[in-house]
Design a protein around this ligand. Structure first.
Ligand code: NAD
Ligand code: GLY
Length: 373
């Protein structure tokens, strides 16, 4: 088992990564000195696969366990679901010394994390992520939130988990579309921070998405992504500056999720479309070279260009972007790459440049990734 540390003073925590380690979760939980009473928050899809080993390992470690389930899907990452969850916790008698165990993908992790941040003004929580998206991104860094019809992740709090526990074998039951969605964030991490990771993806993207490599290599990939994210979060926990680069592709991506009511694209797919738009803006503004843009787009093509973006209304996307929480005083902020492995945040993108970026993304989507530059 590998451990990546997130060093945040009194809020520091370990990320434990390995394969076939789920049955040892209870022991790791007790080692961290967490509460004698725990609520496992999950959804029916994940519960069918992984609830028993997690529950049994906690019971074997003499932890009293309550199970709380939320419906499956981004459309349920809402205040209403969080409210229902709080009712379940109150009825189960969870107190300040209790701990929430978020077992699932980013939707379960963000919602359970938000409840942990607010229930009794904040209790401990642990992330046990079971999607690639959550293992390489959502479970690390303490951003918790629910969505609103008017904005993605717009109601939330920074609340760091006490531990992240990743069994990469859980990826074996994940549909390929979900693996590809999560791999978008891996590409993102490479593009903003790690040229070697981009080279590795160029060599074996399909084998990684299909898990046709040794389990140790998957563990290593997850660990490398956790290190990248941890490094950024350690430098800027509450997104005063540097952490913004983790939002590459998200300005347009979040707007796409909102205007499609969170029902058409997976989060990673919307971000993939957003990276096409932001990459084009970076090209037009002279931030990066055409050759780098083409390397990004080649990876996106191999992962799959999400279809149907040509039907999105450009003005509605722009409106959403203006009211997104990443905008400050109405100025829309974009993360733009400067080279493979380096990105900056920029607030001087004109409406015209945004429109050109979005229209490029739409043509790319309509033509399934025909090279357009
Ligand atoms: P998700 O949680 O909806 O999971 C995707 C699907 O896979 C769901 O149907 C889920 O039930 C199922 N599933 C989960 N694990 C499985 C497994 N092992 N086997 C089979 N099926 C499984 O989506 P996601 O892509 O994991 O997360 C997306 C969410 O994460 C978005 O809401 C996004 O905003 C959020 N996110 C948050 C952060 C953050 O820093 N907090 C970062 C990135 C993404
Ligand atoms: N996913 C962006 C962040 O954690 O900051």
């Amino acid at each position: 088992m590998e451990t990546v540390s997130v060093n945040l003073g009194s809020r520091s925590y370990p990320i434990r990564i390995g394969h076939g380690i789920l049955a040892n979760f209870g022991a790791a939980y007790v080692d961290r000195g967490l509460g004698k009473s725990a609520a496992i928050v999950t959804n029916p899809t994940v519960a069918a696969h992984y609830l028993e080993p997690v529950r049994n390992s906690l019971s074997a470690a003499e932890v009293q366990v309550t199970v709380v389930t939320m419906p499956d899907g981004e459309a349920y990452k809402t205040l209403e679901t969080a409210g229902t969850m709080c009712g379940d916790l109150i009825r189960a008698g969870l107190d300040r010394g209790s701990c929430i165990v978020a077992l699932g993908g980013g939707v379960v992790g963000d919602t359970a994390g938000f409840v942990a941040a607010t229930y009794l003004r904040g209790i401990d929580f642990v992330q046990v992520p079971t999607t690639l998206e959550a293992q390489v991104d959502a479970s690390v860094g303490g951003k918790t939130a629910v969505d609103h019809p008017l904005g993605k992740n717009i109601i939330g709090a920074f609340h760091q988990p006490r531990m992240v526990y990743i069994d990469t074998d859980t990826l074996r039951s994940l549909p390929r579309r979900e693996m590809a969605a999560g791999m978008t964030e891996v590409i993102k991490h490479g593009l903003i921070r790690d040229p070697e990771l981009v080279a590795c993806l160029e060599e074996k993207l399909e084998a990684l998405v299909d898990l046709k490599v040794a389990p140790e290599e998957i563990d290593g990939l997850i660990a490398q992504n956790c290190r990248i994210k941890a490094g950024v979060v350690e430098a800027d926990e509450t997104e005063a500056g540097l952490r913004e680069i983790l939002n590459y592709g998200h300005t347009v991506g979040h707007a796409i999720e909102v205007v499609t009511d969170y029902r058409v694209y997976r989060h990673g797919e919307a971000v993939r479309l957003g990276m096409l738009a932001a990459g084009k803006i970076a090209l037009d503004k002279g931030f990066w070279r055409g050759a780098d843009f083409q390397r990004q787009n080649a990876l996106i093509r191999r992962l799959g260009v999400p279809e149907g973006a040509e039907h999105l209304n450009v003005n509605r996307l722009l409106e959403r972007m203006e009211s997104d929480k990443k905008a400050r005083s109405g100025v829309i902020r974009f993360v733009l790459p400067e080279a493979i492995g380096r990105a900056v945040s920029c607030d001087t993108v004109t409406r015209c440049e945004m429109g050109a970026g979005i229209r490029y993304m739409q043509r790319y989507s309509a033509e399934e990734g025909q090279e357009l530059i």
